[in-house]
Write a protein that binds this ligand. Structure first.
Ligand SMILES: Nc1ncnc2c1ncn2[C@@H]1O[C@H](COP(=O)(O)OP(=O)(O)O)[C@@H](O)[C@H]1O
Ligand SMILES: N[C@@H](CC(=O)OP(=O)(O)O)C(=O)O
Length: 463
């Protein structure tokens, strides 16, 4: 049997009929590599489903279902454009069924008949269920032996609705049981990303942007040759191209570099994607579905030696900084344990931490339990909360060896107020916090200082 190739297509790669047609061509080109397809919901649909769910749980079921109409129409338009009429009619019937089922779930949310987070995942799952059904039909219309598999039969999780954790050994067994016989027969399984189910059979989701993670989990379970993440940019870039138009594609990244970038905000990759890939040393490639002949970015165990040796700048906004100051910290043990136990109790992840003799500063992304956390921390010392902050993270294996990088970074920041400077334990990232209002300016300046001057030098040398 050929070693499977996992190909994940994000929402922007299946946004309309032209995008579906491009994806079908890419899969057709790779049909002899035992492809297994993972697809996200059509772009913006997951947001719309979650918004509808909230409307319905506030009692506005009619409004909630009306809001979804244009999205059902988008699916029908793809089917009408790319499928023979009988197939398009079959899709139209299945869309009507899905619409009716969804309405029932939204009514249950309005009546609060079940646990709301569980109902929300049920609603959110429709995006990937519909896109995978539609893509399967489009591939079959091209003569490809595609088969739609419900990813909820493969990825098994706990019941942390909204951000469930996969149970890896159950997932590996069920993924292999469901998919290997199909791959052996030369069929092309098409699964929705992001969705999973608990051992009790309840629908769960892996967290926003989680289809990349689904692809990596399935890739690891099948010992894939490569996990390809097909998106709307040429690969992982030196910065978010929406902020830095001059950002360029990075040909190669180490797993550690990619993990740091994803964790600190490079949206192109879900933060958990690297973990299953590393566990089985499976290369991950990020490619552009609009420009499939580009090489993209290859993520594997070893980084490349690049000119600047710093690979990229990631940023994350909406960060809250908490500072706890207490003289009781001085020379006392047990203080930090008591402090982190507070975050543990509220299941809140802390990203960056710095300490001095009398204070601890840390950053939070998730502020759902902020008030309760602050109340408890006040028992330990004086608490200061700074909302609307941003984390900026400079990443590259070269940080270990390049002298003067910190000076370059901080001189680029000049008049921008910096706090919580931290060089990660892996010493491949330099992270700091600024006011979120200034993040676009800061990232652009840093990009100029680290990457664009090198470009100019190179260009001058070459020319
Ligand atoms: N360093 C980066 N390199 C590439 N893209 C990035 C980076 N940081 C942020 N992005 C953003 O990530 C987007 C792709 O992620 P996403 O919208 O989730 O795509 P998809 O729908 O394919 O999953 C890009 O359009 C880009 O704006
Ligand atoms: N559709 C889900 C999962 C996902 O990964 O989507 P995308 O690949 O478009 O980021 C979401 O929007 O969160």
């Amino acid at each position: 049997m050929k070693t499977p190739l996992i190909m994940k297509f994000g929402g922007t790669s299946v946004e309309d009929e032209a995008a579906f047609a491009r994806v079908a061509t890419i899969i057709e080109t790779n049909k002899d590599r035992a492809p297994v397809i993972v697809v996200s919901a059509m772009s913006k649909l997951t947001d719309a489903l979650i918004e509808s769910f909230h409307l319905a749980s506030d009692g506005a079921v009619e409004e909630a279902t009306l809001k979804l109409e244009p999205h059902f129409a988008r699916h029908a338009a793809v089917a009408n454009a790319l499928l023979p009429s009988e197939e398009a009619q079959m899709i139209a019937r299945r869309l009507e069924d899905a619409k009716a089922d969804l309405k029932q779930i939204l009514q249950r949310a309005a009546r609060r008949e079940a646990l709301l987070p569980a109902l929300q995942d049920e609603v959110a799952s429709y995006g990937e269920r519909l896109s995978s059904m539609l893509l399967t039909a489009v591939l079959r219309a091209r003569g490809l032996p595609a088969i739609n598999i419900d990813a909820r039969q493969c990825i098994i999780t706990d019941e942390t609705f909204g951000c469930a954790t996969p149970l890896m050994s159950e997932t590996e067994a069920s993924t292999r049981n469901h998919l290997l016989p199909l791959i052996e027969r030369g069929e092309i399984p098409v699964l929705g990303g992001f969705i999973a189910s608990s051992t009790a059979g309840r629908t769960t989701t892996l967290g926003r942007g989680g289809s990349d993670y689904s692809a990596a989990i399935i890739g690891a379970a099948l010992r894939a040759s490569e996990v390809q993440i097909w998106t709307d940019v040429d690969g992982v870039m030196t910065a978010d191209p929406r902020l830095v138009p001059k950002a360029r594609t990075i040909p190669r990244l180490s797993y550690a570099e990619a993990a740091e970038l994803a964790y600190f905000g490079a949206k192109v990759l879900h933060p958990k994607t690297i973990e299953p890939a590393v566990a089985r040393f499976i290369p991950v490639r990020v490619c552009n579905s609009r420009r499939p002949t580009e090489e993209g970015t290859l993520i594997c165990a070893e980084s490349s030696t690049s000119v600047s040796r710093i690979k990229a700048i990631a940023h994350k906004t909406g960060i809250t900084v908490i500072q706890v100051t207490s003289a009781r910290m001085l020379g006392a043990y047990g203080f930090l344990r008591a402090l982190f136990e507070v975050f543990d109790r509220y299941r809140t992840v802390v990203d960056v931490v710095t300490t001095s003799e009398v204070s601890v500063s840390l950053t939070l992304d998730d502020t759902r339990a902020l008030d309760s956390i602050v109340r408890e921390l006040e028992r330990l010392g004086t608490v200061q909360v700074e909302p609307r902050r941003a984390i900026i993270c400079v990443v590259g294996e070269g940080l270990r060896t390049t002298p003067g990088i910190a000076a370059r970074v901080f001189s680029a920041m000049r008049d921008i107020n910096i706090s919580l400077i931290s060089q990660g334990a892996s010493s491949i990232n330099l992270t700091f916090v600024i006011d979120q209002e200034r993040v676009a300016e800061a990232v652009a300046r840093l990009h100029r200082a680290i990457f664009e001057t090198e470009d100019e030098k190179q260009a001058a040398q070459q020319g």
